[in-house]
Write a protein that binds this ligand. Sequence first.
Ligand SMILES: [Zn+2]
Length: 481
Amino acid sequence: MLQPAPHDTLGVSTPTLPSSVPWQPPQATALSSPTAPASATPPATPSSTPTPHHLPTTQYDIKAKIDYKTLSLEVNEAVIFSNKNPLPLENLLFVVEANQKPGMFTLNALHWEDDTSINTFTLTEDTILVPLKQALPPGRTATLAISYTLKLPQRQGTLGYTSRQINIADWYPVLPAYSPQSGWLVHPPHLVGEHLVYDIADYSVELQLINFPSETVIAASTPCERVGNTLTFFAQQARNFTLSISSEYKKLSRNENGVLLSAYVFSEHEQAGINALNYMADAITLFSEMFHPYPRNSLTLVEWQNQDGMEYDGLFFLNWNYFEYAPGGARSGLASMVVHETAHQWWYALVGNDPAVEPWLDEALCTYSEKLFYEQRYPELLSWWWDYRIHHYKPEGAVNKTIYEFAAYRPYVNATYLRGALFLEDLRNVMGEEAFFNLLSEYAKQYQGKLAKSQDFFDIAAEISPVSLSELTNRYFIPTP
Ligand SMILES: [Zn+2]
């Protein structure tokens, strides 16, 4: 079970990591003082209101009954939203991914804290807009409850069931991150990339299992307490809460410096699952030293039948092919993808970003994190990794396009992930080793629990770098409006 964490840090418990690995962090000398770049400084707020930074995090208190026979959930969700923005808010805008498919999401009731009904909301195919009774000033909270029925569709992916598993991700109405400039950050789905912009929140989830066969195994993005058929989860300062269920999972786990690592794989892939856990453990240790200490006490991997991988806070999914065709060593898609998805716990979960508008910011960093992993742990495989992962595809295209500028998966990955990794390699060569690794750790430190933009990354880079970076960025990036 998670330990309570202070509201102004992301962590729950920070494991002390051993120093028995070759990686040596550079001396932090490039920055005389870790001041935030100007663009990250929130606008001044009236002195009569609390400082938004010190406000409690938005809380989700979710009570759900899940019926294995009907593959449906009855959910009561209470939300306590804290306005951390410098301006009053007129409305709350929930993202409801589950409503995109007709017949899947049924809204039963919306209530304010005093139990009065909310009748003025607007439900669209992916949002619920709730006008507030009066504008919510900075520093104040609004509480409401949403009850709904979720009928899971038969489909592969993040929310639905197949013959082998049930995946329950992005399943509850959620308030996205809010930008003082752009408002609620809601983007439409696109055929490539990700579009949800997650804020940090505290989750309390009570899950009551109905008609569940005894052999059913439940994976979740945070550990649970179980009493009878009721499971209770707590996740603090998290981007989301995710579940996966199957009677075919083999659960594997190991402890790595106080972090519980779990892999839920189909039983025929047990050995590949054990290998995957080893790569997770190695990556957690390395990235904790290179970037920032891993802030959680668990990380879970779930094998799925859908394509590729998909990251969530505390849990990631990975396609079955990587397990089926795993030759048993680090020279494998299984190893590089496990490391990539593990890196998302830093570049996505710890430091958030808008993946629809600036997908390179997490994807290029995660792809380059693979390179760092091979460089440090399997240097003999580094040239294999460059060929297998990058050069084979002859990547081209501007690194910083939005997902909506791509009509197919491969050009999107080539420009955003692969050329993004080439950019970071060149950035490292131009800045120098010490400055580059200081950039990564400063970026993680300054934007942990927040939403970073490309400009924030470049502001820190410009502050740290001993040389100008404009020629390099002009080569890889196109100007944005
Ligand atoms: Zn990724």
